[in-house]
Design a protein around this ligand. Structure first.
Ligand code: TXA
Ligand code: MG
Length: 366
C-alpha cells in the first residue's frame, strides 16, 4: 500500500522518570488524531486515540495490518475501564477479572471484555462485541496515556509480518516517515507481547496468546487455566491446523525473519550434531547459515551467524533477546536458520509460541 510520507518527530525520554514537558508534544499529536510509537514493558506500541476512526486508520495504514485483526486498548487508570467496557455476563466472571487486574495491572496481561457500544472505533474491535484492554507497566506509557487523555489503541510498532520492536531503533527502521512520532524510552523489558486472556467464568481464564504473564502466574492467582487451541503449549508443532483462533491475530504468520527457519527439538548433543550437519549441507549449496542457540550450547555450533538468544537457566533473558536476534539474522542476510528449543514452562511457553510462528511451525525432532 502506498502511504503518504509523514514527518516523524522523535523524542528521547528518561524511561523511569519521563519529563512531562517532553511528553506533551507527543500527547498533543495523539489528541490531534496522530499515530505515535511509545515504549511499554513488553514491546514498543504504535498508539492512536481508540475512539477516533481516522486516528486508528493511521495505525492499520502505517503497519499494513489486516483490518480483521483487532487492537489492544491501553489505559493508565482503572477509571477509564468503565467508559470502555460492560460487565461480564458469566456468574463470578467480573469478580475474577477484577482480581486479575488487581494482581497483574499495570503489567503484561491483556483482558478481553465486553465492549460498551460506541466507546471505541469499530476498527479497534474489528467488529467483535469485545475489546481487549491492558494497563502497561511502563512509566513512559502510563505518563503518555495520562497526558493525552485518550485510551490508546496500540498494536506492536512494527510493519506487519516483522518481529515486534524492542528498541526505538527497530520502530525507526520499520515506520519512519509513516507515523507522526516516536518516543524513545530505551529497551522494552519483557521482550515478548502481553498475555491475552478471556475470563470464562468465576474460576477460569482462557489464554488466547501466551505472553509475559505466565500460566503459572495465573494459577498462583487462583485461576484455572485453559487454552485456546492455537495458544496451547503443544500447539507449537502442529499450528493447531484448521482451527479458527479466538484471538484473530494468532492466525497470521507474524514475526517471520527473511531467512527460512526450522526449530530442532531433542537432546542438546543430538540437536547440535543434526544442526551442524544441516549447516554443512546448506553451505555446500552456497546458502548463508544461521543458528539461534542458548548461551549454554552456543560454542557447539559452526555457522556463518551464531546468535545467543539468552540463557536456558534464565529464560527471561531469551524472551528479551528473541526479536533482536531475528532482526539480526535479517541484517546479516542469513538464508537458512536453525533454532534450539526450550521447555514450554513459565515464559518458555510464550518464547516457543513466538519461535514456532517465526518458523512457520517447521519443527523437527532428532
Ligand atoms: O504487549 C502487547 O500486547 C503489545 C504492546 C504494544 O502493548 N501489543 C500487541 O498488540 O502485541 P498486537 O496488535 O500486536 O496484538 C494484539 C493481539 C492480537 O493477537 C489480536 O488478535 C488480539 O490481541 N485481540 C485484540 N482484540 C481482541 C479481542 N477483542 N478478542 C480477542 N483477541 C483480541
Ligand atoms: Mg503485533
Amino acid at each position: 500500500m502506498n502511504v503518504p510520507l509523514r514527518n516523524t518527530s522523535f523524542w528521547r525520554v528518561d524511561s523511569q522518570d519521563p519529563d512531562r514537558e517532553q511528553l506533551r508534544a507527543a500527547a498533543e499529536l495523539l489528541r490531534a488524531g496522530g499515530a505515535v510509537a511509545f515504549p511499554t514493558e513488553t514491546v514498543y506500541g504504535l498508539g492512536a486515540d481508540a475512539r477516533r476512526t481516522d486516528a486508528v486508520a493511521r495505525i492499520f495504514e502505517a503497519k499494513g495490518r489486516p483490518s480483521d485483526n483487532p487492537l489492544i486498548v491501553h489505559i493508565s487508570d482503572l477509571a477509564q475501564l468503565a467508559e470502555l467496557t460492560l460487565p461480564l455476563a458469566a456468574e463470578g466472571a467480573g469478580a475474577l477479572a477484577d482480581r486479575l487486574m488487581d494482581r497483574f495491572w499495570p503489567g503484561p496481561l491483556t483482558i478481553v471484555l465486553p465492549v460498551k457500544p460506541g466507546a471505541v472505533s469499530a476498527r479497534v474491535t474489528a467488529g467483535l462485541d469485545t475489546v481487549a484492554v491492558r494497563m502497561p507497566a511502563h512509566p513512559v506509557a502510563l505518563a503518555l496515556i495520562a497526558e493525552s487523555g485518550c485510551p490508546l489503541a496500540a498494536p506492536s510498532a512494527n510493519r506487519s509480518g516483522r518481529p515486534s520492536p524492542t528498541l526505538a531503533a527497530h520502530v525507526r527502521g520499520d515506520l519512519s516517515g509513516r507515523i507522526d512520532g516516536i518516543v524513545d524510552g530505551g529497551a522494552a523489558g519483557v521482550g515478548l507481547e502481553s498475555t491475552v486472556v478471556e475470563v470464562v467464568d468465576g474460576g477460569t481464564v482462557r489464554i488466547l496468546r501466551p505472553g509475559g504473564v505466565t500460566a503459572e502466574d495465573l494459577q498462583e492467582a487462583g485461576a484455572t487455566v485453559v487454552y485456546d487451541a492455537v495458544a496451547a503449549p503443544e500447539a507449537a508443532e502442529d499450528a493447531a491446523a484448521g482451527q479458527a483462533p479466538r484471538s484473530p491475530g494468532m492466525k497470521y504468520a507474524h514475526y517471520a525473519p527473511q531467512g527460512q527457519m526450522q526449530l530442532v527439538k531433542g537432546e542438546p548433543g543430538a540437536v547440535a550434531d543434526w544442526i551442524n550437519a544441516a549447516v554443512r549441507r546448506a553451505r555446500e549449496s552456497g546458502e548463508r547459515t544461521g543458528v539461534l542457540a542458548f548461551a549454554e550450547h552456543a560454542a557447539r555450533y559452526d555457522a556463518d551467524c551464531v546468535l545467543v538468544v539468552g540463557s536456558l537457566a534464565r529464560l527471561d533473558t531469551a524472551a528479551h533477546g528473541l526479536y533482536t536476534s531475528l532482526r539480526e539474522f535479517d541484517a546479516q542476510g542469513v538464508q537458512r536458520i536453525w533454532a534450539e528449543t526450550c521447555p514450554e514452562q513459565g515464559i518458555g511457553h510464550a518464547l516457543m509460541n513466538r519461535l514456532a510462528k517465526a518458523a512457520g511451525h517447521a519443527v523437527v525432532r532428532v
